[in-house]
Design a protein around this ligand. Structure first.
Ligand code: ADP
Ligand code: MG
Length: 318
């Protein structure tokens, strides 16, 4: 199959049509017409085989996850997803693999009403790069830099499930059969908190999505906001699947330092706590207060008033 046939068959005229796309796949560039009062939020993520995903990941999961992790970045800014491009590098063209990859990709693309408008197709070691574009009303994007002394720290969902799912897939952990599927799915099919992110605009002072692990990611907020934080590990939300299968210490280690949860961490001033409750209940997402921003530049973990040290599991590429 030639490159243009592959694009035609698996990627063109699939998924969402949007009126703000003037010209899509097929020309030298795509043309989009953003809304007048909005900024465009742009983010790019690459997934490389054996670095970001296991070689035997189901193609459907890879297609889904590649877009989900990009959507998570838009969520963290409170942006509305709009368009994306896909650069795909494959060692060979396998029809069945591409069919499933494309199904996974467009499943989540359609759910969020986002259109594939272009890309690049090359031969080489398997990797997927997606550049995503969203829109956000000018001046209302959430950043990492707005947290203030005294703000409360919240997270959505539960933490640590994805990292445990990965260890199950690697054969490094064994769990009950009832929990295995849930944990692996949390790794393969993360839920980007897109609606929650939008609901937090004008209410939260800062936000970040948790991709490398809470302890590692919160440092970005502390640095950008020039503040410190205290987190009470006894408040960290844990799924019943993680609690049933691990000791408390181990579960907290996954939750604090395991990556790829793609939940949101955000900070809220005391005056907005009621509004946050209402906004997030409407967005249909669970969330919980885990700590507070303080002066200084350090992260302090406490457990029932005592200092707490987790086993490090954060992941850095370089
Ligand atoms: P060019 O040589 O000008 O870069 P290409 O032949 O690479 O053009 O691509 C032709 C068209 O197909 C372009 O509109 C490009 O954006 C699109 N395209 C290429 N690969 C993909 C892909 N994997 N997914 C979606 N669109 C793609
Ligand atoms: Mg090209």
């Amino acid at each position: 199959m030639k490159e243009f046939q592959l694009i035609e068959h698996y990627f063109r005229n699939k998924g969402q049509k949007r009126r703000d796309v003037e010209l899509s796949i097929g020309d030298d560039c795509a043309l989009v017409n953003p809304a007048e009062n909005k900024s465009i939020a742009i983010s790019c993520d690459t997934l490389v085989e054996n670095v970001h995903f296991l070689a035997d990941i189901p193609a459907h999961a890879l297609g889904y996850k590649a877009l989900a992790v990009n959507l998570s970045d838009l969520a963290a800014m409170g942006a509305e997803p709009a368009w994306f491009t896909l650069a795909i590098t494959l060692p060979s063209v396998e029809a069945q693999w591409l069919e499933r990859f494309s199904d996974g990709l467009f499943e989540i693309a359609e759910y969020y009403g986002i259109a594939l408008i272009g890309g690049d197709t090359t031969r080489g070691p398997r990797s997927i790069t997606i550049t995503i574009n969203g829109q956000v009303i000018k001046g209302s994007a959430l950043t990492r830099g707005g947290a203030n002394n005294g703000d409360w720290i919240y997270v959505t969902g539960t933490l640590g499930d994805s990292a445990l799912g990965l260890d199950i897939l690697r054969g490094a952990k064994i769990v009950n059969t009832e929990d295995k599927e849930y944990l692996i799915n949390r790794h393969y099919y993360p839920t980007p908190r897109v609606l929650a992110g939008q609901a937090l605009r004008n209410l939260a002072t800062s936000a970040i999505d948790l991709s490398d692990g809470l302890v590692s990611d919160i440092q970005h907020v502390l640095k950008a906001s020039k503040v410190g934080a205290i987190i009470d590990v006894s408040q960290i939300p844990l799924s019943s699947s993680i609690k049933v299968n691990l000791s408390r210490e181990e579960a907290l280690s996954y939750a604090l330092t395991g990556g790829e949860d793609y939940e949101l961490l955000f900070t809220v001033p005391e005056s907005q706590r009621g509004a946050i409750d209402t906004a997030l209940i409407h967005a249909g997402v669970k969330f919980v207060k885990i700590g507070q921003i303080c002066a200084g530049d350090k992260l302090k973990l406490v457990d029932d008033g005592e200092p707490f040290v987790p086993v490090s599991r954060g992941f850095e590429h370089f």
